[in-house]
Design a protein around this ligand. Structure first.
Ligand SMILES: NC(=O)C1=CN([C@@H]2O[C@H](COP(=O)(O)OP(=O)(O)OC[C@H]3O[C@@H](n4cnc5c(N)ncnc54)[C@H](O)[C@@H]3O)[C@@H](O)[C@H]2O)C=CC1
Ligand SMILES: CC(=O)C(C)=O
Length: 266
């Protein structure tokens, strides 16, 4: 293993994080920056990620922002190109961007499901493609890290299609790990539990609309199932992603690890 400064295990590396303007993506971007990586922040608009760019730059690394919709293959490839052009390479790709969908299976409509698949599944697929092609072209090893979920391990009522999209992320992670192993590219996924981000505000509100639950009730119910007794924070997730991005996970590929405070036990 190469010598690395334990305080900055990612010094000299370049990471790209999608969905980096807020929530878990922001937390991951800041953690990878603290680990020493230069970070390309991708979100629907570059402007939305500017505040995080300033936070990343304040940690003494380089940062750049790119506007891209991950459901569009060309935009994902262009974002990776920009990371290479602005920051001099690419070593770590975090396919974090995703959306939730709360709907009973009996009621889901084709347009909603298509949109969900295009962002949560295709977005990860294009990210894997673009990153792997770039690692191979640059002739360097790489780490691809995808956002799955507890919902990628269990199908939850009202979250059935969302769960299916996160199961699909695990399938892509496993297949990509096998396809790219001989190029020294590892592919893993992180599976958070209930993280107190805007996504959960929306999930809770939609459950309330559809089921008559009080605002906050669904969130509290999910959190009450967590063995460690509290909701997850983006930093909890980012700590695990830091491990997946760093040298200590070099011998790990194709895994989709739960980081959920003890909600599911697998
Ligand atoms: N919040 C939670 O409890 C959990 C979240 N996750 C997953 O973690 C990831 C991040 O979740 P949160 O930070 O909670 O979500 P969030 O909704 O708070 O933030 C998502 C970010 O992704 C961006 N985004 C959405 N669609 C995009 C697109 N098409 N192209 C580019 N960017 C796009 C949004 O603009 C936003 O900045 C998602 O994949 C989510 O499914 C997994 C398990 C639990
Ligand atoms: C948002 C999410 O991934 C859940 C409900 O597990």
């Amino acid at each position: 293993m190469a010598d690395t400064d334990p305080a900055r295990p990612l010094a000299g590396k370049v990471a790209l994080v999608t969905g980096a303007a807020r929530g878990i993506g922001r937390g991951i971007a800041l953690r990878l920056a603290r680990d020493g990586a230069d970070v390309c922040l991708v979100d629907l608009t570059a402007e939305s990620a500017e505040a995080v760019k300033d936070e990343v730059a304040a940690l003494g690394v380089r940062a750049t922002t790119v506007g891209a919709d991950v459901s569009d293959r060309d935009q994902v490839f262009a974002a990776v190109e920009r990371a290479v052009a602005d920051l001099g390479g690419l070593d770590i790709m975090v396919n974090n961007a995703g959306i939730a969908m709360v709907e009973a299976l009996a009621d889901v409509r084709p347009e909603e499901v298509d949109r969900l698949w295009r962002i949560n599944i295709n977005g990860v697929l294009w990210g894997i493609q673009a990153a792997a092609a770039t690692f191979i072209e640059l002739g360097r090893p790489g780490k691809i890290i995808n956002a799955s979920s507890i919902a990628g391990h269990d199908g939850f009522p009202m979250l059935g299609c969302y769960s299916a999209s996160k199961f699909a992320v695990r399938a892509l992670t496993q297949a990509a790990a096998r396809e790219f192993a001989d190029k020294k590219i590892t592919v893993n996924a992180y599976c958070p539990g209930v993280v107190g981000t805007d996504m959960w505000v929306d999930i809770d509100r939609r459950f309330a609309e559809l089921t008559g639950a009080e605002i906050g009730e669904t969130y509290d119910k999910f959190v009450s199932g967590i063995a460690l007794g509290r909701a997850e924070t983006p930093d909890d997730v980012a700590g695990y992603v830091s491990y997946l991005a760093g040298p200590d996970s070099d011998y790990m590929t194709g895994q989709a690890g739960l980081i959920d405070g003890g909600l599911l036990f697998r």
